[in-house]
Each structure stands twice: as structure tokens, then as C-alpha cells.
Ligand binder design. Sequence first.
Ligand SMILES: NC(=O)c1ccc[n+]([C@@H]2O[C@H](COP(=O)([O-])OP(=O)(O)OC[C@H]3O[C@@H](n4cnc5c(N)ncnc54)[C@H](OP(=O)(O)O)[C@@H]3O)[C@@H](O)[C@H]2O)c1
Length: 150
Amino acid sequence: MRLERGESAVRLGFIGTGNITAAMVEGLGGGVVLSPRGAAMAADLARRFPDVTVAESNQAVVDQSDMVVLAIRPQVAEEVVRALRFRAGQKLLSLVAATPVEVIRGWIGLDLPVIRAIPLPFVADRRCVTPIIPPDVEVAALFDRLGQAV
Ligand SMILES: NC(=O)c1ccc[n+]([C@@H]2O[C@H](COP(=O)([O-])OP(=O)(O)OC[C@H]3O[C@@H](n4cnc5c(N)ncnc54)[C@H](OP(=O)(O)O)[C@@H]3O)[C@@H](O)[C@H]2O)c1
């Protein structure tokens, strides 16, 4: 995707390919890597949008991404996130309901930036006002493309 970090584009990967991921990919117009769960949705997005790939595992999504979007339900989030190995320089964008960023940072075991956002399905039409916390320039740029970040 076309978010920039310094000289290069930010690679965006999604863990969980369900309804909100589909809405974001529609709004962005492609250019992301998806996790394999939600296989039918992932295959549909890969067919419809340019530069959308489906990784073979959640870890492969992390390995291929600069910004990792957590788009899984709260019930499975801890188990899924604890199983992943992140690296310095990455950023997490959590869409997981009712889960503070401090909790997620505890699961990843590294002191990485974790930003929380609450998008709505209107991101698909790029007309969603999306709250993000804490403020972050890259995440704000992402949601400005999908409407407006606040
Ligand atoms: N929908 C919204 O409008 C909205 C808005 C803001 C925030 N959120 C939050 O975003 C999160 C996702 O919501 P959603 O509506 O997109 O849910 P959803 O449609 O149920 O999608 C959840 C996805 O997670 C996948 N998944 C389950 N276990 C997994 C695992 N171990 N590894 C990787 N993926 C796994 C599911 O795959 P399978 O189908 O194969 O089980 C499914 O593709 C939730 O925390 C929700 O609260 C949603």
C-alpha cells in the first residue's frame, strides 16, 4: 500500500480476514497481505483487488509486514498474538474490541508501538471517521485515506 515511511512504502498485513478487514481492503483498493483464516473472504479479496496476497500462516503475515493489523475477535486474540514473533521496527494496529494497547503489548513481549482504532464498515466507501489512540502519524494517514482519522 502507498503509506510512506521515510523512503519506502509501509507494508500492511492483516491477521484475521473477516468483515472489517474486507471493508478496509475495499477502501484501500488492495496492496496488502492477508492471513489464511477466513479463506473464502481472503480468496475473494485477492481475486478482486491488485497486489493482495494470502500468506500461508499468521507468522508469514508478520514476517512480510511493517504494520500488522490485528483484526481477530477478542476471544482468540491472546492465543493468536502470543504465538507470533514480531521484530523491532514493526507497528501493531489493533482493531480488537475492548482490549487496551497495554494488554496487547504484554502479549507481544516487545516494546513496539501499539495503536488501537475503531473503524466501521464505511471505511469500504472511504467515508468513515475512525478514532485512533494513541495518536500516530502513519495510522492517521491510513485512516485519512479511508475517510478521516480522529
Ligand atoms: N465488523 C466491524 O464493524 C468491526 C469494527 C471495529 C472493530 N471490529 C473488531 O475487529 C475484530 C474482527 O471483527 P470482524 O467483524 O472482522 O470479525 P469476523 O468477521 O468474525 O472476522 C474474524 C476473522 O478472524 C479469523 N480468525 C479466527 N481465528 C483466527 C486465527 N487463529 N488466526 C487468524 N485468523 C483467525 C476468522 O477466520 P475464520 O472465518 O476462518 O474463523 C475471521 O476471518 C473484532 O475484534 C471486532 O470487535 C470489528
